[in-house]
Design a protein around this ligand. Sequence first.
Ligand code: ADP
Ligand code: MG
Ligand code: MG
Length: 487
Amino acid sequence: MASALGSVVLSEEKLKTLIHRAKQWALLYGVQMRKAEDPSNPATVDFAPMTLFPSLLPRAIFEEAKSLQIHFQRLMHRAAHDHAFLVNCFKTVIQVDEFTRKMWEIYLEVQKQGLVQPLSLGLFRNDFMMDTKKARFGKNPSHEVPDGLELKQIEFNAIASSFGGLICGQLPVHRQTLASAGVEVKDGQLPENKPARGLAAGLLKAWEHYNVKNAVILFLVSQVERNSQDQVWLECQIFEQNPAVHVVFATFQDLIQKGTLNEDRKLFLEYEEIAVIYFRYGYVPNNYTTEKDYNIRLTMELSRAIKCPSIHYQLVGCKKVQQELARPGVLEHFIQDPSIVSRIRATFAGQYSLDMDSEGNKAVEMAISSPSNYVLKPQREGGGNNLYGEEMKNYLIKIRNSEERQAYILMERIHPWQQKNHLLKLGMDPSLQNVVSEIGIYGVCLGSADQEICNVQVGHLLRTKSSSDNEGGIVAGFATVDTPLLV
Ligand code: ADP
Ligand code: MG
Ligand code: MG
């Protein structure tokens, strides 16, 4: 099976030494996460779960994903500002999914009171896998990439899209592991990648538009965060690009205790005016422990600060929206250029609503009769929430006739291309194994309902996991950070 190693064979001894060295390099370059057993202590970091070598990625797939980014962002931006479309998307989900209903109520309240801040900032990540449904494998699959791999979207992340920081350190680590193993790399096979730069530039652009010299950028975070180093990357990039701009870290609790909204709807944390709120928290139900947390989120949304993301940007990141966008004719409602429509549509896997109608009934029965071909997805983030195979089937049998099913969408299962790599993460044997990758493209979007101020692609994230794991997510414990080796 194909691998960045090609025909290079490593002795057990050499492999062991290289793994040991690679961990040191990862720590040096900042590919770090706090230890699971002591996540509140900034002094106890470990290397982030990673592959030992880059994984192969066909250049055409990579280029297509990157060049589609600004079009996807424009689509999501327009969808987020289309009230009728959002109402249609969420009308059934909010009957049964309490968290989505809470977010929806915040959205409605903001609409009712009027937007004092027309601008939204998105630091997005659009994730894809390489589907093998139409792939043609050659005679010698060990050294080749099959023809016909298809770029298929997994999901569009609109809130707290992570790893754009620490992935900046992964390329130098992988350059060194390849060189140490004696693998030759040609010019251009390892594309430069510094998403933190572009993401920080996006936060600074929003800050400039707020246009108050002493106002700060607020990172809304959790009390304890294993992936804090990723946020530190962004904080430090902001400093490098504009040392005059201050970043403050705060929790919902801090804002509840020390936050105020004045009559102009300017938001203050004690005496500091907030220009930009960057949400790295607040995207799943357990981030909101009491009604006070929802109230402070509403206060933040009502404020003049530029939110990253605003509540309507967050909502378009829901799986339900992705499923609605995949309906015939919907892309055409948002995008005029037919060639862009067809390129975006080509990345969509089959997606089905589970509403209480004949379409939903049909989808449920389809999934129950061939469970290996579908994934059941709730409106959640962060990995570990989807259902697959027999577990999905049994659950669907249970909720088959219940409105509960409206909280989910059904998605055609992608069977991603497998190759070989070593996964370095706690509790896993680092031997060469079958792995699959997910490529994410980062981008920044800043604009209002009728104006696009900034729309750029700023880098990528390759995440790789064992082919035997269904789920993704690095903090969730499945995937590892990786670098694409273009072929
Ligand atoms: P989350 O917002 O929780 O990350 P995702 O849609 O990304 O939700 O799903 C989590 C993981 O599940 C993905 O990283 C991917 O590994 C797997 N996955 C999601 N959708 C599919 C699919 N259609 N086919 C195969 N695997 C999928
Ligand atoms: Mg997600
Ligand atoms: Mg995901």
